[in-house]
Design a binder for this molecule. Structure first.
Ligand code: PGA
Length: 265
């Protein structure tokens, strides 16, 4: 039992067209998404954000949308980038920041992550700041140090009085992303606890107790309930399994009964 509401966030990465986005949402049933047990979010490619919004409204689904990255500049000569205003204009409410694929392939650094988290919060966009160690780092016994350092950087420009609902952190061990290897649930919960303790040191206990910390890395219908049932895991950031409407629905249903509010699903 936790007082934090779970967040079931889908990260479609570079998958999906406007047609497949519409098809995905049209095949979801609003009755499967209990808003008392969780909040729901899909982060499609930027070109599908408007399409997703239209389909969500048409289907009356309680699902928010988010972008997969953003720039921290307000506007200007930054070819290919998306500003917070551009993202907000689509109706999106969240932005994934510092995903390991952005860190690995697009030179996202701890410093740009911290600038983006600050810009997102200032603009009223909820950042989902991603942290996580590689397999080499884990094998070298550095997992806790890496996630702590990444969390410290991600939060370094977040003001102390920030409302915890304005921020989400995702623990995504790099070796578990897209590999089918899920982090052992007790270990994922332990590392999320390390992150929460870091939030407490930086921003205080109230923020640490209220902030949602997600687990990401090969979450699927078969392991979602076990992961989400643990005290420091407040939902998931789901890649591959969020592309399939049936899998996303089953993962959403795995949150039923996990919060203090009763839910009929
Ligand atoms: P996965 O991706 O669920 O496909 O492992 C998770 C993520 O990268 O956010």
């Amino acid at each position: 039992m936790t007082t934090r509401k779970h967040l079931i966030a889908g990260n479609w990465k570079m998958n999906g067209t406007q047609a497949s986005t519409t098809e995905f949402f049209n095949s979801l049933n609003p009755a499967d998404f209990c808003t008392q047990s969780a909040d729901y979010l899909i982060c499609p490619p930027a070109t599908c954000l408007h399409t997703a919004q239209d389909a969500i409204s048409g289907q009356k689904l309680p699902i928010a949308t988010g972008s997969q990255t953003m720039d921290y500049h307000e506007s200007g000569a930054y070819t290919g980038e998306l500003s917070t205003d551009m993202i907000l204009e689509t109706g999106a409410t969240h932005a994934i920041i510092g995903h390991s694929e952005r860190r690995q392939y697009y030179n996202e650094t701890d410093d740009t992550v911290s600038q983006k988290v600050e810009a997102a919060i200032n603009a009223g966009l909820i950042p989902i700041a991603c942290v996580g160690e590689t397999l080499d780092e884990r094998d070298a016994g550095q997992a806790d140090t890496i996630v702590t350092t990444q969390t410290q950087h991600a939060l370094s420009r977040v003001p102390k009085g920030t409302c915890p609902s304005k921020l989400v952190i995702a623990y995504e061990p790099v070796w578990a992303i897209g590999t089918g290897k899920t982090c052992d649930s007790a270990e994922a919960n332990r590392v999320c606890g390390v992150i929460r303790a870091t939030v407490a040191r930086l921003l205080g206990d109230d923020v640490a107790n209220g902030v949602r910390i997600l687990y990401g890395g090969s979450v699927k219908p078969g392991n979602a309930a076990e992961l989400f049932g643990l005290p420091d895991i407040d939902g998931g950031l789901i890649g591959g399994a969020s592309l399939k409407a049936t899998d996303y629905t089953d993962i959403a249903k795995a949150t039923a009964g996990l919060t203090q509010t009763a839910c009929s699903v």
